[in-house]
Ligand binder design. Structure first.
Ligand code: KL2
Length: 424
């Protein structure tokens, strides 16, 4: 089964109006919402993607204009507005005739109990089942497909916040993968959106290599949007990147008792947790609640664990590296074939850059049985093609973004994948 995925930051009108200085090169009429809205809908309908991941979708525009058109076009839509005062959010839509919905999670990265996570960005994680239908009958089904859509924090200096936001998203995806594994199913992943980070910077490397060594890394380098290397003193990263009360490990997985319990339920036999593992839970909010009738023995049954011990445990848990277990590749390679010029996904009067991505789990041929028995099995998504981005030069020769051709200060990203399906 072939399917297409579009990721598109459509530039919220409220953000356009709040940052007018970025659009002084534009004729006024291209900044008008009703003009842009018409072009945006044309762009979406022209490519008619099977899965559509939008960012900067203003809530009133979603309800009044986008949702009515998309639902008419056989799309099922999920919307999540940012927390806080900004009026936009993310929307993920899919063709109801091509996918059935297995689960939906709306994620808020704002965590009032965690000082670091004070920004109002959000994400959407869907679990879809590819289906091939004829009339109302399901002819074939594909392996579950997890689709994650996000718009990470913009602030170029706050790479630490971006990384923690990404870790929350990856932990949620991991939990979705575990639910598939529990049913004996392999899951594919599409991770897309506006990451406000440039290619080959630390955040990008974490996604594509599954690993980031961060000890003493300047926080501005994580996204590379601005070069602050001229600064003598800058904020740097040190372990732990986020506090344990976030209940996410340095391998971007949830550590909550609930997860462990769910995990254990699936394993037959005795529940066994290692000493090291239980130590990680020592400072979780639940562990710090002291039962009222418990006798107070300082240093033993109090709820203020010794600070020096805390550091030791952190050091052990966080070995200055964060990891994740997904095999991810970017659809776009960030250089245009032919000219060799860098491609850009966004451009305004302060310049152009790539900050938008479609990452996917590529098809790998695996041998079912290492001893040679059984047929080779292939998992993952085969990339069939993508819609080209453009270079900064070419976009300026077309009078920049937004324009009479392109209704946002971002271009749409579009990829076509193939997945193997089995007769239902
Ligand atoms: O980079 V963006 O545009 O993904 O296209 O994400 C943010 C920026 C978006 C949401 O916060 O608003 C834009 N300078 C430039 N752009 C800004 C600024 C700024 N100071 N603040 C917000 N945005």
């Amino acid at each position: 089964m072939d399917f297409t995925v579009m990721s598109y930051n459509i530039l919220a009108q409220d953000l356009l109006e709040a940052n007018e200085e970025l659009y002084t090169h534009c004729p006024l009429e291209v900044l008008d919402w009703s003009y842009r809205c018409k072009l945006l809908i044309e762009e979406i309908l022209k490519w008619a993607p099977d899965i559509l991941c939008l960012q900067e979708v203003q809530e009133n525009h979603y309800h009044e204009q986008l949702y009515p058109v998309l639902s008419q076009m056989d799309y099922t839509c999920v919307y999540k507005r940012r927390t806080g005062t900004k009026t936009d959010g993310c929307a993920t839509c899919y063709r109801s005739s091509r996918f059935s919905e297995l689960s939906v999670t709306l994620l808020e990265f704002f965590r009032p109990e965690t000082e670091l996570l004070d920004r109002h960005n959000v994400g959407i994680v869907l679990l879809l089942q590819p289906v091939v239908t004829k009339g109302s009958a399901v002819k074939a089904k594909g392996p579950p497909l997890c689709v994650a859509n996000t718009h990470l924090l913009f602030n170029p200096r706050r790479g630490d916040v971006k990384l923690a936001q990404l870790a929350i998203l990856l932990a949620e995806i991991d939990s979705v993968f575990k639910s598939c594994k529990a049913k004996g199913e392999h899951c594919n992943l599409i991770l897309c959106g506006d990451f406000n980070s440039l290619p080959d910077t630390s955040l990008y490397q974490l996604i594509t290599t599954g690993e980031l060594y961060f000890h003493s890394l300047p926080t501005w380098m994580i996204s590379g949007q601005e070069d602050l290397s001229y600064k003598l003193h800058c904020q740097r990263l040190f372990a732990p990147l986020w506090p344990s009360c976030l209940e996410i490990t340095d391998s971007c997985q949830y550590t909550t008792a609930k997860e462990i319990f769910e995990d254990q339920k699936q394993k037959p036999g005795k529940c066994q947790l290692s000493h090291d593992f239980l130590l990680q839970l020592r400072f979780s909010p639940a562990a710090c609640v002291r039962p009222l009738d418990l006798e107070l023995i300082p240093g033993v049954t109090d709820n203020t664990p010794d600070a020096s011990r805390r550091d030791q445990i952190y050091d052990k848990r966080f070995r200055d590296t964060i990891t994740h277990r997904f095999d991810l590749e970017s659809v776009y390679k960030h250089i245009l074939p032919g000219s060799g010029n860098p491609e850009v996904s966004t451009l305004h009067s302060e310049g152009g850059a790539t900050v938008d991505y479609i990452f996917y789990t590529p098809r790998r041929v695996l041998t079912a049985d290492p001893k040679g028995g059984g047929d080779p099995v292939s998992k993952g998504l085969k990339l069939i093609g993508s819609l080209s981005l453009l270079s900064e030069d070419v976009l300026w020769s077309l009078r920049g973004l937004p324009s009479h051709i392109f209704p946002s200060d971002h271009l749409s990203l579009l990829a076509k994948f193939q997945v193997e399906v089995n007769a239902a």
